[in-house]
Design a protein around this ligand. Structure first.
Ligand code: AMP
Length: 281
């Protein structure tokens, strides 16, 4: 696998592929790679001539400096994993490569930044959009792969691509889970053994809520059930539980024919913040 830490080197490497009209698949990540990330890379390898992964713990998307400091970093393990699945190239820039003094660009996604993750992590999506736009301009891929686990991020990226006319197809990949159902996340590595067991409450409640909705319970009663569950039966501090339409993430109070609905949840477990979602058809 080719590893680049500078923009010029990566651009030079990619030039011949662009010139030969080879298809390029791209997977931006923050590293500490797990099977979820690897599924994105595998999907890209299947569909494209070459696959590029990036690893960059993006300071602009962390609203909490302590969260940035303790975010897991395992670059040599990551490189081994990427080599094992035959990823073609890896881009690992330093912060100074991606951000220059005086940079002033600032995205504004309106209500998408104010709900759910945006409400609890002010500025997060501005940072996500900024880094993804920079990376898209450097790599110029045909397809880019994102996990549906971060459903709001996926929606923001789709807006970014739509409004800036990026000629990039965004491919969503289903959430990969551990055998007990917990969504894989780099942050799971920060959980204690006890917390790792407790973390499963998040998906357990999502599944129960989904079942209740399918059985005809009202949205308001399901929301109430979830709130009560976290008050009385879990050590996870619930931040939000929202039922939204899967495409625009608007709050949904009733089901409309043909509209996909997502149940989105976030909570704090000890020092670790966890998110998850399930979709209903
Ligand atoms: P991150 O390194 O957390 O920024 O994630 C990089 C990409 O991997 C994002 O598109 C995530 O949505 C995706 N991802 C993270 N966890 C999972 C998972 N469990 N299953 C599938 N994709 C995931």
């Amino acid at each position: 696998m080719e590893v680049f830490s500078d923009i010029q080197g990566l651009r030079q490497y990619l030039k011949s592929f662009h010139d030969q009209r080879k298809s390029i698949g791209f997977i931006p990540t923050m590293g500490a790679l797990h099977q979820g990330h690897l599924e994105l890379i595998k999907a890209s390898s299947k569909a494209n001539d070459i696959t590029i992964c990036s690893i960059f713990v993006n300071p602009a998307q962390f609203n909490n400096p302590n969260d940035l400091k303790k975010y897991p970093r395992e670059i040599s393990k990551d490189i081994t994993k990427l080599e094992e699945i035959y990823c073609d190239a890896l881009f690992v820039p330093a912060s100074e490569m991606m951000y220059k003094e005086g940079d002033a660009l600032n995205f504004d996604f309106g209500y998408l930044e104010e709900i759910m993750e945006g409400k609890y992590r002010p500025g997060h999506f501005k940072g996500v959009a900024l880094i993804v736009a920079k990376l898209f301009n450097i790599v110029n891929p045909d397809k880019a792969y994102f996990g549906t686990k971060d459903i709001q991020q996926l929606t923001i990226i789709r807006r970014l691509v739509h409004e800036l006319f990026f000629d990039i197809e965004i491919i969503p990949i289903e959430t990969v889970r551990a055998s007990d159902g917990l969504a894989l996340s780099s942050r799971n590595k920060l959980l204690t053994t006890e917390e790792r067991v407790q973390a499963v409450d998040l998906v357990k409640v999502l599944k129960e809520a989904k079942h209740k909705l399918y059985s005809g319970e009202s949205i308001s009663s399901v929301k109430e059930y979830v709130k009560e569950f976290f008050k009385k039966e879990s050590v996870i501090q619930l931040e939000y539980f929202e039922i939204v339409d899967s495409e625009f993430l608007n709050d949904t109070n009733h089901f409309k024919d043909g509209k996909r609905v997502s149940l989105c949840i976030a909570g704090q477990l000890g020092k670790v913040r966890l998110i998850d979602n399930l979709s209903l058809n």
